[in-house]
Design a protein around this ligand. Structure first.
Ligand code: ACO
Length: 432
């Protein structure tokens, strides 16, 4: 809390309304409007929350104008270069990088909760063979709510943390089972002696009839993508998790809400949409035509993987991913990958176009991530699922932070009502 104040004058208000201003540790101050309705009879109107801080949080800091992203103070570039996904998950959940014994304990906790109940396996059979894996994720993650009655007292810190570990641990198992259902292969059980990502790759790609050796390049590339996707402060899916959780809902139901929100093409579904778009564009000769379509207000086409609600300069994750993409494709002897080449030409063309420059539209994290996933053999329909696994670390950290905050209240936005005023019911035969 700072001593700063903001003052609001409005028609019909008596004098100036004094509002407190809160300062965070870095970043813009926030005007506290919690008493505005009580004191002035006014709501604020901010569709899409463009200017509204819905909570205070100590987890992730973003400066969209400067292209800064930090988890618990650590720049994303340093974490991407030096850390691992589970270390980052510890950082997000507990606020500090772990010491050796803490990381061992954290890894053990995650890797000893990877199994899912055998009867949960049967849920997958209820889905059509070609059901989208995100549909299975929403359903199966939510249905975990019916299995863990030993950890549902949300006032108990140990229960909350157990639920968080279970979620981080079981997401890869559920994701791989959804994939196996799609491709008609038997489910592969987790192997807890592998790394978090190595275990996921094995559950997805091994078959009972042959040996599977985790490729270290694929393991490192995917671990890095997971670090970059692990958290992004109050985005749509994290805000969904917080909103659902604010009512005291079961943690597995909260994360299922996050998965549902992430699925949309304006959010986590973008990397899938980027590959569809690149395939639709086809080759470099068509780039100008599609750039014109993206700029045409009357055409619903948008450059997928371009633009971001917060980053209006560049997305620091996109820079890292572009380099990894090149390394992965070079090592896989696929550096002439036509989609990557097309993506690079499209990016270059858009970055020289005033339409995109004036609006601050730059490649976002998902412009290149789909190309990497495809090079690693991950099918398109699983891209958003990969994102959901990584983001679970962020979701549970925000959920824990919210429940730890003694001031947290049920989320209940207000509205500007624009519908009909009071009118009387007419019997059906008297209606015009
Ligand atoms: N292609 C063409 N024009 C665009 C694009 C785009 N990808 N994105 C925004 N614009 C234009 C809009 O038409 C608008 O133009 P106008 O001022 O002439 O009306 C202007 O840029 C501002 O766009 P908004 O939609 O108001 O920006 P907002 O911050 O609400 O949207 C969003 C951000 C949803 C990410 C948007 O840029 C988009 O749809 N991008 C494509 C989808 C995508 O890549 N999503 C992934 C985001 S990253 C993530 O979730 C992990």
């Amino acid at each position: 809390m700072s001593d700063k104040k903001a003052f609001l004058e409005c028609d019909g208000c008596e004098g100036k309304i004094e509002l407190a201003v809160h300062s965070g540790s870095v970043g813009p101050d926030s005007v506290d409007i919690t008493r505005l309705y009580a004191e002035a009879g006014l709501f604020t109107f901010d569709p899409g929350f463009l200017s509204t801080a819905s909570c205070s949080s100590a987890i992730t800091y973003i400066d969209g104008d400067k292209g800064i992203l930090r988890y618990r103070g650590y720049p994303i570039e340093q974490l991407a270069a030096k850390s691992t996904f589970l270390e980052v998950a510890h950082l997000l959940m507990y606020g500090e990088l772990p010491k050796v014994d803490q990381l061992d304990e954290f890894t053990d906790m995650v890797m000893h909760h990877t199994m899912i109940n055998q009867s949960l396996q049967r849920f997958f059979q209820g889905f059509h063979y070609d059901a989208h894996p995100m549909a299975m994720m929403v359903g199966v993650v939510g249905s975990l709510s019916g299995f863990y009655h030993d950890s549902i007292n949300m006032r108990d810190d140990a229960h909350r943390h157990l639920a968080a570990f279970r979620l981080i641990a079981k997401m890869p198992t559920i994701a791989a089972a959804a994939y196996k259902h799609n491709v008609g292969e038997p489910v592969v059980y987790p192997r807890n002696d592998l790394s978090y990502v190595g275990n996921l790759l094995r559950m997805m790609f091994s078959r009972p009839c042959e040996e599977y050796i985790v490729d270290p390049l694929a393991e490192r590339a995917m671990d890095l993508l997971f670090i970059l996707h692990a958290d992004h402060e109050q985005n749509a899916s994290t805000s969904s998790v917080r909103l659902v959780g604010s009512s005291g809902a079961n943690p597995f139901a909260c994360i299922a809400a996050g998965v549902a929100s992430l699925w949309g093409p304006a959010h986590g579904g973008a990397n899938e949409a980027v590959l569809d778009m690149l395939e639709e564009i086809g080759d470099a000769s068509q780039i100008d035509k599609y750039i014109d379509k993206a700029k045409d207000r009357n055409d619903p086409f948008r450059l997928m993987g371009f633009g971001h609600r917060v980053y209006k300069n560049y997305d620091p994750r996109a820079k890292i991913i572009r380099e990894v993409c090149l390394q992965v494709l070079e090592k896989l002897a696929d550096s002439n990958n036509p989609l990557f080449e097309l993506a690079r030409r499209l990016e270059e063309r858009a970055l020289h176009d005033d339409y995109f420059l004036e609006r601050g539209l730059y490649p976002n994290v998902d412009f290149y991530s789909g190309i990497i996933y495809r090079a690693l053999g991950i099918p398109e329909s699983m891209f958003t699922v990969m994102f959901a696994i990584a983001r679970t670390a962020g979701w549970v950290s925000h959920w824990l932070e919210m429940l730890d905050d003694p001031k947290h209240r049920i989320g209940r936005p207000r509205q500007l009502y624009v519908g009909a005023d009071r009118r009387d019911y007419l019997p059906i035969d008297q209606r015009a």
